[in-house]
Design a protein around this ligand. Structure first.
Ligand code: PLP
Length: 383
């Protein structure tokens, strides 16, 4: 029999999945590895979905998504960020990851390079490799709050580079780009003629400062923004996200989605419409809860003399375990086996964070604090 695709079968797996698999066989594990809200989708959003189903709203929608949802998104972006976009610039997909993959497919030919952050969300690399393009890492500077190291960007860009992916608020770092950072990145993109794919799925979760949309600083139509519903509205399982693109690019993203998904789920789109067009109190309340957890967890780590990077947004915290002495090369695996805490291994986000781990603050208070205490004990006994 002929071989299956070498490109696809050699795709790297996320190191988080490995921890999840091993932890499944260990009793009494505290799970801090997965990035999803610990609460259910708010009732008003669920009710909109029940109503849609009961009204027979169970058919295909347009490839780009429901017009009423896209109009609600445009209204939301105007109100929230003063961002003026038309509904035909918005393409709804099956989650932000799907919108991202379709955007990369739209912009990038095989063999072209895409710049991605180190550390960064592992799926960027998977998306780019699966399209036979070349991911190239640029460093984020931990001492400056994990914002891009502009000198490093100048080192890694080449004439073969097509796009740069940026992510603010950032996973796994919690880094948030300020106006100066965004202007520098847009200037860099203009000088090297790059598209900017701006992943903003954590836009509602900013603890310090505010979320700024890079698209507001773009006068040339280079920025494509990716937003989601999973994180802000606790809607991970509904699979809805969207891309906002210049008017000539958006229809191509929608066309690319057609053979992949046809359209996002009609019922989920109705739920998303309810989420974005009603009160945003849930988003604000959850942000404050994550912030409280961040402060408590950080305090425990600080008291134990463990270096952690206090996130400015999103719901993760990076912890430096370079002091720990263990025979296990994978620190997250050592921690899991020794102390029964599952965390995301730093190495899965890039080469700069091999000695770090990431914990999720989207975890029930008592479990989070118990997990952090176990991490503190693990470090105390192994350094
Ligand atoms: N971008 C980042 C940085 C993420 O962390 C995630 C999910 O973990 C996504 C995109 C994908 O979100 P969605 O559930 O909307 O596909």
């Amino acid at each position: 029999m002929k071989n299956i695709s070498e490109t696809r079968s050699s795709l790297p797996r996320s190191g988080i999945r490995e921890i999840m698999d091993v932890s499944a066989n260990i009793p009494d594990v505290i799970h801090l590895e997965v990035g999803e809200p610990n609460v259910n989708t708010p009732i008003h959003i669920r009710e909109a979905a029940y109503a849609a189903m009961n009204e027979g709203f169970t058919h295909y929608t347009a490839n780009a998504g429901l017009l009423s949802l896209r109009e609600s998104i445009a209204t939301h972006l105007l109100k929230q960020y003063d961002l003026q976009v038309k509904s035909d610039q918005i393409v709804v997909a099956a989650g932000a990851v799907n919108a991202l993959a379709a955007t990369v497919l739209t912009l990038v030919e095989s063999g072209e390079e895409v710049l991605i952050p180190d550390p960064g969300w592992p799926n960027y690399e998977q998306i780019i490799l699966s399209q036979e393009a070349i991911p190239k890492r640029y460093k984020l500077n931990p001492e400056l709050g994990f914002v891009p190291d502009m000198a490093d960007l100048e080192q890694v860009v080449t004439p073969n580079t097509k796009a740069i992916i940026i992510n603010s608020p950032g996973n796994p770092t919690g880094g948030v780009l300020n106006e100066e950072n965004i202007k520098e990145i847009i200037d860099f993109a203009e000088r090297h003629d790059l598209y900017v794919i701006s992943d903003e799925v954590y836009d509602g979760i900013v603890f310090e400062g505010e979320h700024l949309c890079p698209m507001s600083y773009d006068s040339e139509g280079r920025v494509i923004s990716i937003f989601g519903f999973s994180k802000n509205y606790a809607m991970t399982g509904w699979r809805v996200g969207y891309a906002v693109a210049p008017q000539q690019i958006a229809p191509i993203i929608a066309k690319v989605l057609e053979p992949l998904i046809s359209c996002a789920s009609s019922v989920s789109q109705k739920a998303a419409e309810a989420a974005i067009s009603s009160s945003q109190d849930f988003v604000d309340e959850m942000r404050d809860i994550y912030k409280g957890r961040r402060d408590q967890a950080y305090k425990l780590l600080e008291e134990a003399g463990i270096k952690a990077y206090k996130p400015k947004g999103a719901f993760y915290m990076m912890i430096d375990l370079s002091d720990v002495r263990t025979n296990e090369e994978n620190l997250a695996l050592a921690l899991l086996k020794d102390s029964g805490v599952a965390v995301a291994p730093g190495a899965t986000f890039g080469s700069s964070t091999k000695q770090m781990i990431r914990i999720s603050l989207a975890t029930e208070d008592s479990k989070l604090l118990e997990g952090v205490k176990r991490i503190c004990n693990f470090v105390r006994t192994n350094r």
